[in-house]
Structure formats: structure tokens, C-alpha cells
Write a protein of this length. Structure first.
Length: 136
């Protein structure tokens, strides 16, 4: 396996993600920011953070698969969420949990950051996901 996840003693626990990932492969995979759009550009789940998180993660899985990777190979995830506030964490995690089994995303997931932003490139886009993976 090219990626090992762990959370060293002394780091905040529990969290829905591992704090550290160590990759030992040589092929790097970078999936650009994925949003809740179908391949033809049709918006998915307008106004629904959970639904948009789920679709953005599905699109991320498609990008990973295209490079011969899966979520098991992911070193890091970065989420950008518009108008973030702590009370949105339930909806955010509902979206993750709704799709985790379908796309092979184990919980706790890889090291991750959730970054609140004022807006993304289109007014209906509530979340964007980036992934970095490593293969041997």
C-alpha cells in the first residue's frame, strides 16, 4: 500500500479525518477542484450542501479512477465551502456519509482541510473538493 494514515498521540481526537498520511509511491495524482455538476454541466442539488458534497466527492472519485487511483491512494483532501459556519458541519458530514460507501471513502478520511470562502466561481456552487493521491 502506498499510503499510510495515522493520528499520533497528542493530536486532537476524535476527528472525522486522520491527521497524517505518509505516501511511498512515485506517481502523483492531483484532482482539480470538483463541484456538484454532472458531466454535461447540469447542476446537482442546488442550495443543498449535503447533496453538493456528495456529488463533488463522486466527481472526485471519477477523476481518481481516470488516473488509476482510488480514495485509498489519497494523501490529502481540501474542501472549500461557501459562507461556512460551524453549524453547517452536520450537513457537510451528511453529504460525506451519504456517498462514502459508494465511492470507497473510508471514515475517518485522509488528512483534510475545510476552508470557508465567501463564494466560489458560480453563485450556486456551495462546495469544491481537491484531492492529492500517490501511486507506486
Amino acid at each position: 500500500m502506498t499510503v499510510q494514515y495515522f493520528t499520533p498521540e497528542g493530536m486532537l481526537q476524535p476527528t472525522p479525518y486522520h491527521h497524517v498520511a505518509v505516501g511511498t509511491g512515485t506517481r502523483h495524482v492531483h484532482v482539480s477542484g470538483q463541484i456538484a455538476r454532472k458531466a454535461d454541466g447540469t447542476p446537482v442539488a442546488p442550495g443543498d450542501l449535503a447533496g453538493q458534497v456528495a456529488q463533488a466527492l463522486r466527481n472526485t472519485a471519477v477523476g481518481l479512477a481516470g488516473a488509476g487511483a482510488s480514495f485509498a491512494d489519497v494523501l490529502r483532501l481540501t474542501f472549500y465551502v461557501t459562507r461556512w459556519s460551524p453549524e453547517k458541519i452536520g450537513d457537510f458530514m451528511d453529504g460525506v456519509q451519504a456517498v462514502a460507501d459508494e465511492i470507497g471513502l473510508r471514515l475517518p478520511f485522509p488528512p483534510a482541510s475545510l476552508i470557508g470562502v465567501d463564494y466560489l466561481f458560480e453563485p450556486d456552487v456551495l462546495v469544491e473538493v481537491e484531492a492529492t493521491a500517490i501511486l507506486d
